[in-house]
Ligand binder design. Structure first.
Ligand code: ADP
Ligand code: MG
Length: 222
């Protein structure tokens, strides 16, 4: 489903501080596969996720999702594609402070045209899947770290995306909450989501649902 072919990413191309962050990456991720992307800080993990998430475009190579080369999608289609197909979970969770859990899930729907009753059902389901429905009306600024993350996971699930990308999802969690996140990942498998987790947290060694573990070093898969 995701085919990455000969992808390179050069930051500051042509400038004195030019830096090649990814070098000739080839990677296929099948439907429903759970892939762990390991590597020390600076190895290129976030850069690779950002390309799959259409947050930037590769300098060369192609990224096919169900056969569509997303590196060639016009910008106008990128956000729509991201909304429909991708759920993103970031290290710092990227929640909108001052809003409730429910309102954080509601915000991305402003860019869609789901009917209100369908939308409410989607939000309800995501809150339940991520085990945060009991905090629906709480201001996210009052949540614990683990709860904040479950809110971010619920948001990533709300549009029923089939690809979930998580960048250092356990970096800001205590070990109990990190293990709870591993449990959530296992439930994604049951939902047939394709999941790519970038992490340098060794707790992922405990995750039996992992299909494949890859290592990045200096922008290359080793
Ligand atoms: P990781 O997520 O594995 O820690 P990153 O993908 O964030 O690694 O970064 C890989 C390399 O690319 C690092 O050396 C980093 O300094 C560099 N880099 C990341 N983002 C930028 C940017 N916007 N401009 C220039 N260099 C960057
Ligand atoms: Mg990173």
């Amino acid at each position: 489903m995701i085919n990455i072919r000969g992808v390179s990413l050069v930051y500051n191309q042509g400038k004195q501080n030019e830096f090649c962050a990814l070098k000739n990456i080839n990677l296929d991720v099948n439907n429903g596969e759970l892939v762990i992307l390991k590597g020390v800080s600076g190895s290129g993990k976030s850069t690779l996720l950002s390309l799959i998430a259409l947050l930037q475009k590769p300098t060369s190579g192609e990224i096919l999702i169900d056969g569509t080369n997303i590196a060639k999608l016009p910008d106008a289609f990128c956000s729509e594609f991201r909304h429909k197909r991708l759920g993103l979970v970031f290290q710092n969770f990227n929640l909108i402070e001052g809003l409730s859990v429910y309102e954080n899930l509601l915000a991305p729907f402003a860019l869609t045209n789901f009917k209100a009753n369908v939308r409410e059902e989607m939000i309800k389901r995501a809150l339940e899947l991520a085990n945060i429905a009991h905090k629906r009306d709480e201001n996210v600024s009052n949540l614990s770290g683990g709860e904040r993350q479950r809110c971010a996971v619920a948001r990533a699930l709300s549009m029923d995306a089939d690809i979930i990308l998580a960048d250092e999802p356990t970096a800001n969690l205590d070990r109990d909450n990190a293990r709870a996140f591993l449990g959530l990942l296992e439930s994604f498998k049951a939902l047939k989501k394709s999941v790519i987790v970038a992490t340098h947290d060794s707790i992922f060694d405990e995750l039996s649902a992992t299909d494949r573990t890859l290592s990045l070093r200096n922008g290359e898969i080793v």
